[in-house]
Design a binder for this molecule. Sequence first.
Ligand code: HEC
Ligand code: HEC
Length: 269
Amino acid sequence: MRVRQRLLIVLVGVLVGLAITGPPVVALVAAQAPAAAPPGDYAPADIAYGARLYDAQCTTCHGANGDGVGGVDFRSGKFRNAVTDQDLTRVITNGIQGTGMLAFKFDASELAGTIAYLRNMNSFDRGSVNAGDAGRGRMAFDGKGDCARCHRVGAQGSRVAPDLSDIGAIRSAGSLLRSLTDPTNQMMPINRPVRVVTRDGKVINGRRLNEDTYTVQLIDDQEKLVSLTKADLREYTILTVSPMPSFKSRLTEDELADVVAYLLSLKGR
Ligand code: HEC
Ligand code: HEC
């Protein structure tokens, strides 16, 4: 609460400052922002996903308000057995020996969500974030989003872009939403597209499946597997702009939340 108030004051100060002095303030703000920000940066999509998991798996003991276990109060923002997010990860995945706190088999996305929610339980307003609907998200994935044109889920779709069959286990909700709205900035290094020109002048655009110092295996834009020796290439360029279009204005905010919920449900082949 206090941090939020302070942030609000900083924000108001910045706006007033902007109004009075104009652009130069911006540089100052950029320099100061990290110090004023709370210790962790939790995406609303992660918090919303965590709230869903918490309701399903934690309320029986910890209660809807986080104070169902004696001596434990999640909304206080303090934990007896944990300081850092790594500590929380350990408590959730190992449980606490000799107590009712069980061990949970959570994947990376679930851990990120649960921890984001535990950290924000005192301020998170359920009404303010749309947790999305996986069923509707699947329809948007196949229909309006036309995602299968590039991506594969299970046995369906193209291999031109990364397979999304278990994306819901390895990427956090926040990361998935950013991939949809700002693909270039969210692009993982291994997913960067490459452009190759062979010695005989053939141009290949593709995506890396494997790479070492001397060789690279690609899947080209015709979905063909290509294995190349780097020394034989005239050109080998790793591009930094994603071939994926941004869906920020192609899908509504509700549709984006639905697609994220669907992606989060994809947890294995
Ligand atoms: C079967 C009951 C039960 C369930 C279900 C349960 N917990 Fe717990 N949890 C406990 C108990 C009891 C403690 C206190 C252990 C102790 O005495 O230190 C605890 C402690 C914790 C702590 C440490 C609190 C602190 O102050 O250090 C965290 C974090 C936690 N639980 C998270 C979770 C999360 C997240 C879930 C759901 C995914 C969950 N728990 C589900 C019973 C439960
Ligand atoms: C024109 C082809 C194309 C379309 C259409 C497309 N994508 Fe992508 N997408 C890509 C490529 C290529 C990448 C890898 C580069 C990157 O991460 O931006 C990617 C990356 C992603 C990632 C990140 C994967 C990771 O490993 O983190 C997600 C999530 C994703 N796409 C989801 C979607 C969804 C959902 C849709 C439909 C709403 C969609 N994409 C439509 C080409 C496409």
